[in-house]
Structures are given as structure tokens and as C-alpha cells.
Design a protein around this ligand. Structure first.
Ligand SMILES: [Ca+2]
Ligand SMILES: [Ca+2]
Ligand SMILES: [Ca+2]
Ligand SMILES: [Ca+2]
Length: 254
């Protein structure tokens, strides 16, 4: 669809069962780019891995390592408000986290084909090990306080856009469907699904809290133009970037 400043945004609600969610404070370090340069070396805790700050501003794809294909998962797993260096290793479905508070944890969680997702999806304020299983469109979370949550949310072809859209400091399972421009946000506050039409098949979803109210905003990048549906300040259309540029969302997009 084509967007304009007056484009109507349709929101709909559908009942989704949900349980086990409690409100906690925000736990993520939102500015993991504060480490600065494009490369840094981490030789702490027995790890010796070269990291790349990727196009999305987070440490994830293209990580260099001597022995494995790794996906980085940046979030705060030890709940000290500092993002922790972490990788998910598909060869053994194990999360390797170098905790900012000290020590390394190794946790097997996931199965072949899973995509690691960074975020706090419930329980205590710690980030929780979460994978997206495309074979069943399931978000499977090992809650940091104990227990496993499994939510079916999404469909083939969707782009995962987890973020905290309802502002309760719990990340919401969410997908962007390029074929229809729909955002499906499974809200952690009440378990309902908010559907917002915002974007088209060639847009890049770039959610983030652009108006600083604590709720992440639906947003897309289109060939040098940013269309932000701000939660408190209305629509923002901002020209910034070239059509060939790659937008950098402020949220982790696996
Ligand atoms: Ca930490
Ligand atoms: Ca948690
Ligand atoms: Ca939320
Ligand atoms: Ca906002």
C-alpha cells in the first residue's frame, strides 16, 4: 500500500490466550551501539571472538569465530542493566552468554532450524532465551524465573519485529507481514493481538521508541524516507538516507 500523512491506520483486536506474564522494569540496554567502533575484541571469560556491529546497529550476524557459525543475541541476561555479549550456536542449540556481571553461562535451548531472539519476554527483568520456530510459527521462551512459554504467532514470510509496543517493559512477540503491510503485535499487557497496517512489501520495518514515551513505535524505512507511527506524537515522515542505504532500527530484529 502507499502511505500518506493522512493514511488511516487500522487497529484490530483478536483474542489470544496468554499467561505467566508479570510486569517488570525494562531490562535491556537500549544503546548497545555505545561500544562505539565497528569492531571490538572480547577476550574475557575464555572467549576470543571478533564481533561485528552489523547494519542494524546490533552485534549479531556475521560474527567471526574460529569454530562455529554463531548468531549473536544481545540482551541483559544477568539483570544488571548492561547488555551481555552472547551467541547462539546452531550446531548444538546452545546459548553462550558472557555475563556483564561476570562469568559465562552455557544453556542448551532450541532445536535445529530455530532462530534466536533477544529480549525480555516474561518473568523477571532478565532477558529470556527465546527462539522462533518457523516450522510451527512458535515463539518458545525459557523464562528466566523458570518455566517455558510457547506462543504461536506469525506465518511463513513474516519478519520478526519483537519490541515493547505496549510499554510494560516486556517485549511483545510481533511480526511484520510484507505481503499485506500488516503488523501483528501480541501484546504482553493483555494477550490480545493489535493489527496495524503500516508499510508495503518492499519496506524495511524499523520499530523503536521514536517519541520516548517508553512504548516502541511501528515504523518503516522506504528508500530514504522514514514513516514512523509514534505512540504519542502522531505520524512522522522524515527524509533521511539514500534509497540504497540500509536503515538501522533501534530494536533488535532477528
Ligand atoms: Ca548484563
Ligand atoms: Ca525475563
Ligand atoms: Ca510489552
Ligand atoms: Ca513511542
Amino acid at each position: 500500500m502507499l502511505l500518506s500523512a493522512s493514511s488511516p491506520v487500522r487497529a484490530a483486536e483478536a483474542g489470544y490466550p496468554m499467561s505467566g506474564i508479570t510486569s517488570t522494569r525494562r531490562d535491556r540496554n537500549r544503546d548497545s551501539s555505545s561500544t562505539g567502533d565497528q569492531w571490538f575484541q572480547n577476550v574475557n571469560g575464555g572467549f576470543n571472538v571478533g564481533w561485528e556491529l552489523d547494519f542494524w546497529g546490533k552485534f549479531r550476524r556475521g560474527v567471526e569465530a574460529s569454530d562455529a557459525n554463531l548468531d549473536a543475541v544481545v540482551a541483559d541476561y544477568d539483570n544488571d542493566n548492561k547488555a551481555d555479549v552472547g551467541v547462539y550456536r546452531p550446531s548444538d542449540n546452545t546459548w553462550y552468554i558472557l555475563k556483564s556481571g561476570g562469568g559465562v553461562t552455557f544453556t542448551a535451548f532450541g532445536q535445529a532450524g530455530d532462530v534466536p531472539v533477544a529480549g525480555n519476554f516474561g518473568g523477571s527483568a532478565n532477558a529470556d532465551f527465546t527462539v522462533y520456530r518457523s516450522s510451527t510459527n512458535s515463539w518458545v521462551t525459557q523464562i528466566s524465573g523458570g518455566g517455558v512459554l510457547n506462543f504461536v504467532h506469525g506465518a511463513a514470510g513474516d519478519i520478526l519485529v519483537p519490541a515493547d509496543y505496549d510499554g510494560d517493559n516486556i517485549d511483545d512477540r510481533a511480526v511484520y507481514r510484507p505481503s499485506t503491510g500488516q503488523w501483528f503485535v501480541l501484546k504482553s499487557t493483555n494477550g490480545t493481538v493489535a493489527i496495524t497496517v503500516w508499510g508495503n512489501s518492499t519496506d524495511r520495518p524499523v520499530p523503536g521508541d521514536y517519541d520516548g514515551d517508553g512504548s516502541d513505535d511501528v515504523a518503516i524505512y522506504r528508500s530514504g524516507q522514514w514513516w514512523v507511527l509514534r505512540s504519542t506524537a502522531g505520524v512522522l515522515i522524515q527524509n533521511f538516507g539514500l534509497s540504497s542505504d540500509i536503515a538501522i532500527p533501534s530494536e533488535y530484529i532477528p
